[in-house]
Design a protein around this ligand. Structure first.
Ligand SMILES: [Zn+2]
Length: 187
């Protein structure tokens, strides 16, 4: 399970381990939270004989730190891992339109890197191995292949939705409510 950390203004900035979330509570950095406790840690026995309890809501707003506000200014990079890309595209190959497991998909650069195409959200799609090798180092036009959907850079809310693992209902609702209309994850 992961805890969604927000800035005071409500912008997501990190998925936290439950231990890290509880740490923010312990140092009194949690400004506000959403949802009932998602995780409860039972600590040691206190002097008054009561066992200490640390808990965290599924979504917590963490009082500001410099690092955090710097993170917020950046757009979220594509990165090396393909999980978020494949989830953005719902596991569908952009060329044949079939659904594939993650292990069968590849990151295809629409304009190939050897032709000056960049490694960025708007130039990459999920492609099955067969389509990717058929396309080779060509543009879709040259290869006579058509894109069946348009790539886009996920907004911050969508990025957190796509990168989270075993997302809790409260977190799903919070992030989904802020998705732009063009998102393929808009419910
Ligand atoms: Zn394909």
């Amino acid at each position: 399970m992961q805890i969604l950390a927000l800035s005071i203004a409500g912008t997501p900035f990190r998925w936290l381990s439950p231990e890290d979330a509880v740490h923010y509570y312990a140092v009194e950095k949690v400004a506000w939270s959403i949802g009932p406790p998602a995780v409860i840690f039972r600590g040691g026995m206190q002097r008054n004989g009561v066992r200490s309890i640390l808990e965290s809501a599924p979504i917590i707003a963490v009082a500001g730190s410099d690092i955090m506000s710097r993170t917020l200014c950046q757009t979220i990079p594509l990165g090396d891992r393909n999980d978020v890309l494949f989830r953005r595209d719902h596991g569908v190959c952009a060329y044949c339109g079939e659904n594939f497991n993650r292990s069968e998909l590849t990151r295809d650069h629409i304009v190939p890197r050897s032709r000056g195409g960049i490694d960025a959200w708007n130039n990459v799609v999920s492609a099955c191995r067969a389509c990717n090798s058929r396309k080779a180092a060509r543009t879709p036009g040259e290869a006579g292949m058509e894109l069946i959907y348009v790539p886009y850079a996920p907004c911050r809310y969508e990025h957190f939705l796509l990168s989270g693992r075993a997302i809790l209902v409260d977190q799903m609702e919070y992030l989904s409510a802020k998705l732009p209309k063009h998102s393929r994850w808009k419910i």
